[in-house]
Write a protein that binds this ligand. Sequence first.
Ligand code: FES
Length: 357
Amino acid sequence: MRKIYIEQWPDALQTNGGTILDAALKAGVPYPHQCRSGECGECKTRLLSGEVQQHPCMTEALSSDDRENNYILACRCRPKSDISISWQTNGVSNIFPRREIEGTVHSIDRVSRSVVRLLIRCEGEAMDFAAGQYLRLQIADLPARSYSMANVPGSKTIELHIALLKDGRVSNFVANNLCLGDSASIEGPFGFCNFQADELGPIIAAAGGTGLAPIISIVTEALKREPSREVHLYHGARDEADIYAGNKLTWLANQYEYLNVQTVLSQPSQSTSRRTGFVHHAIESDFTCMADASVYAAGPPVMVEAIKTVCVSKGVSENQIHSDSFFTEQNPSSVKKVSAGKKIANLLMFRKQEQAY
Ligand code: FES
């Protein structure tokens, strides 16, 4: 049994072989993290004393300079001795304590070619979370998967958008075998791409595929608080058959005068009256200066990075860009190249996976 002392946390943690991040989350510590697979760098941590075993990770998340300066990734490290550490990012101030909740399946709807909408009714109290956060869902004997809440905080019914994967054990089970009334275990909330009530300018909210779930939650929460807020919501999907939540978005646009919804198809299979191309190009052409805007982006990493680049070039402060990249769980034996030589781990299973961008 090893002890973990965290500079920002009063109590020492104990671990018996898992990663630092696993131990921290299990103890209810709101440890900064996102992908849990060594790709995003959100869990970058300074090792103050002790020894760890660092498992492979992306150099974009932990550079050789970082390693030389005693930085580690909490999601990819196991303590080899008692250790003292300090996390390096700040996004923990409005995070609610992690809880485990039992629930039952309330509704299952295939809402597009590639998405199932799942409603889970919580037993006991509703889960506290900030709009934009995600949970871990465990059903049947299957491994847990992460999905963002599409509802706003306060409801005992949790809405999740499950992207269907060709070989996805969990998503296929949800689509084909899960039944109304089945049990579902929920753990959460997690994540730092959440609505920031103290940022008061216009909102640019961009979603790729099921990234729409946290974006709907954030936009709905923002407009509930300030109905006259200027909000531009972009939803990127591959083709017409992948679009979903149209009724919900239309309803929101009818409720709120200053909400502008744009659907953008990246690979339309036939002629369409919708916008086509990529979401970041749509944003780029729609705005000249975005200096006072807050940006929320959720979806595939390549989409999120492109949107960040465009928004920074239009004057948005990096502090006001909040993103949730839907990373994949790592299959170290198979790594594929994506744009500009940047590696993204190939996948066996996705976290809130995306294929639509
Ligand atoms: S959570 Fe550790 S690198 Fe993403």
